[in-house]
Design a protein around this ligand. Sequence first.
Ligand code: ATP
Ligand code: MG
Length: 393
Amino acid sequence: MKYSTFLIKYAEIAIKGKNRYVFEDALMHRMKLALGHVEGDFAISKTQGRMFVDCNSDYDFDEVIAALGRVFGINTICPVVKTEKVDFEKLCADVVAYVKEEYPEQKGTFKVFARRADKSFPVHSTEMNCELGAAILDAYPQMKVDVHKPEIELNVEVREDVYIYSRQIPGPGGMPVGTGGKALLLLSGGIDSPVAGYMIAKRGVKIDAVYFHAPPYTSERAKQKVIDLARLVAKYTGTICLHVINFTDIQLAIYEKCPHDELTIIMRRYMMRIAEHIAKENDCLGLITGESIGQVASQTMQSLAVTNEVCTLPVFRPLIGFDKQEIIEISEKINTFETSILPYEDCCTIFVAKHPVTKPKLEVIQKSERKLSDCIDELVASALETDEVINVI
Ligand code: ATP
Ligand code: MG
């Protein structure tokens, strides 16, 4: 079947009242960017709560569906056959021809949903439903009408042209990226943080990212893995501005001066402090992490409270109530899993204590951090100077 057009349905953004055009424009922009990676000539337009992608050249169907399937804000993608609006007789013939091509066996139950957006068309929608249904039954007597649970929902929309479609491919839902401000994702090479970034971006938030690496304790390959993950997430979020911060000296100082069972928690507090600094400099309204309650020692309720204490920006933890298996399922769906499980070490695993505290007390941690007071401001300032910015597309 050759589809000339894709009809794009969007649900949630349709209810945004006066701001609706902001959401629609953002969605069109995101669709344009996504289709920019697909070979072919595509024109995007909108009318009356509907968006259309017209294909003005040859294109690969699966590639278009995959690209649009990653644009947040799209609820349904309908491959459409567009025909010229002449008269009702021609419309009947077109619909019958559509059924023949789309359903070569011409079997099963169906229902016609006709819509008359162009009120000057002389046949009303209820009449169209009956007449088109009759024409199909005439042409294909083995098909049956079922108005309650049809196997085939045959949509016929009369606008400036006639649009015929029956396939409805689910989109990712959510809101168009950029309509919800920007946040900074703490992106490690693990399974969780790429999923966390995906989930917040799905709500319309643009994503910047920061990765703390600790050469020579972490390798170039570990850094490349994070860049690769950012690239996979960027397929959904659009370009990600990734900050790579050299964290080695801070880690060594903590390792040297603080109790080893508190290493992870103190290190996490410095990551959050630096991330917050970068976020504020780059107009990010919050931080995002891949933390989930109880997953590891640094993610108990007590540890999360102590980590959170250094932040003034909101910290978004979209995976907080998720089991690992649920997170893995999303990472498989968004294609980050295989990259995440590559074995390159990240800086947390090298400086990790055998028995980290699981119920840290804020005063105790603050007291340990005071042991860093003679050097830490300078180390944080130097770490910020190492900021390497990579635009990941
Ligand atoms: P992930 O799978 O995302 O690495 P994790 O289960 O390994 O998470 P931790 O290592 O405790 O958990 O990290 C918790 C969160 O802190 C991560 O989800 C991520 O947001 C952030 N984080 C950890 N290490 C780094 C790092 N090296 N650079 C940037 N962010 C990090
Ligand atoms: Mg990790």
